[in-house]
Design a protein around this ligand. Structure first.
Ligand SMILES: Nc1nc2c(ncn2[C@@H]2O[C@H](COP(=O)(O)OP(=O)(O)OP(=O)(O)O)[C@@H](O)[C@H]2O)c(=O)[nH]1
Ligand SMILES: [Mg+2]
Ligand SMILES: [Zn+2]
Length: 360
């Protein structure tokens, strides 16, 4: 298929091609070539193939596993035809080993922000206050997507002592490493470089102005991404990055820079919630009822901890909000699945009725 001999490197190795992709590629349609999506931009994607780059519409395409996927940054795809002008057609999107997903603006569909990522760098700019809810939500998305999160507190050069903020971040992210870096000075980057070893993909998520693109440029070693100063006064960003871009870093890994997203609605989140709130999950083992909702149930160990001050009551309240949101999303998912089954049922019945007539 690709004509690569054992021991030889795949030409897309630098872009993250590994055994996982290799295995799935066995199901590729005949005559197609492999490519990775290196940019997603409002309905279009930029593809990196061994022979060069193509653009293609970001429309849903099936794979031999029967699933349809809309290609997004980080995806591996099979390109069918590409013309001399560099326009390609995507014949299929490979299965993903991880996918960072949020719900779309209407709340009806999932949008995959980045596919096939090993780690999520949750970037927080030390020039702004910590927004606990936002950070926790991002961690839920990362865990749910099947990636390992790391919190990156950047702009250490702007604060005298980052310690109190780092402690606050750690309390919001149990079991997650919190790194302190300055992209401006280039300090504290070693642990990130370690995450970006060959064949590893990381995606950065964080508010606009947090310093994602500046960090990306520092890690890449070149000004590949545009950056812009934050608003004086509240340090709010100006939504400089508008596409999701996959970049090669000299350590051999791949880094995805994303726009600072306003909305990060949950779509599927049960596992992500359990991992992001492992402290509450642990406490819940002591609740009298196994399905305790930590609301008004008697013998609730979680509420007891909040009352005793060992669990931040504000964190518990935010957890309850996210849980409700996840339950609502689940109900919507189920309703959509029912709708789809009805639609398919109707199509099958129609085909049966039309069948014999057409046969004659
Ligand atoms: N002092 C200092 N400033 C930084 C650092 N990192 C980023 N900045 C500044 O923060 C501002 C915003 O940085 P960006 O990298 O554009 O932020 P972003 O997260 O990519 O923002 P969006 O693309 O809008 O999502 C710029 O003025 C940067 O120069 C840092 O480590 N130290
Ligand atoms: Mg940016
Ligand atoms: Zn409870």
């Amino acid at each position: 298929m690709t004509g690569i001999r054992a021991g030889e490197r795949h030409p897309l190795h630098a872009w993250g091609w590994d055994e996982r992709v290799e295995r799935w590629w066995a199901g590729a349609p005949r005559g197609t070539i492999a490519a990775r999506v290196v940019r997603a931009d409002r309905g279009r994607v930029l593809l990196q193939a061994a022979s060069g780059t193509f653009t293609a519409p970001a429309s849903a395409a099936a794979w031999s596993d029967g699933a349809e996927r809309i290609p997004t940054t980080g995806d591996w795809v099979a390109v069918a035809a590409a013309d001399a002008g560099g326009h390609g057609t995507i014949a299929g999107v490979l299965p993903r080993f991880s996918a960072i997903t949020r719900v779309d603006a209407l709340g009806h569909r999932e949008q995959v922000l980045a596919a096939n990522v090993d780690s999520v760098l949750v970037v927080h700019g030390l020039d702004r206050p910590v927004r606990g809810g936002r950070l926790e939500r991002t961690l839920v998305l990362a865990w749910e997507g099947g990636a390992q999160p790391t919190v990156v507190a950047t702009k250490t050069d702007l604060v005298d002592d980052p310690t109190p903020t780092l402690e606050a971040l750690a309390a919001l992210a149990p079991g997650v490493e919190v790194l302190a870096v300055s992209a401006r000075r280039g300090t504290g980057l070693e642990p990130i470089r370690e995450l970006l070893r060959p064949n590893r993909t990381a995606v950065m998520l964080g508010e606009s102005g947090a310093g994602k693109s500046t960090l990306a440029n520092r890690l890449v070693g070149e000004e590949v991404q545009a950056t812009r100063g934050v608003r004086a006064g509240d340090a709010k960003g100006r939504h400089t990055t508008v596409t999701r871009d996959l970049l090669l870093v000299p350590t051999g890994g791949v880094l995805i820079d994303t726009p600072g997203l306003r909305g990060l609605g949950l779509w599927e989140a049960e596992e992500g919630l359990a991992l992001a709130f492992s402290d509450i999950e642990e406490l819940a083992a002591g609740c009298r009822f196994r399905d305790c909702g930590h609301q008004r149930e008697p013998g609730c160990a979680v509420r007891a901890a909040a009352e005793a001050g060992t669990l931040d009551p504000a964190r518990l309240a935010r957890y309850a909000v996210l849980r409700r949101e996840a339950q609502e999303a689940e109900a919507r998912r189920e309703a959509l699945a029912r709708q789809e089954r009805r639609r398919q049922g109707a199509a099958t019945r129609k085909a049966h009725r039309a069948g014999p007539r057409r046969g004659r």
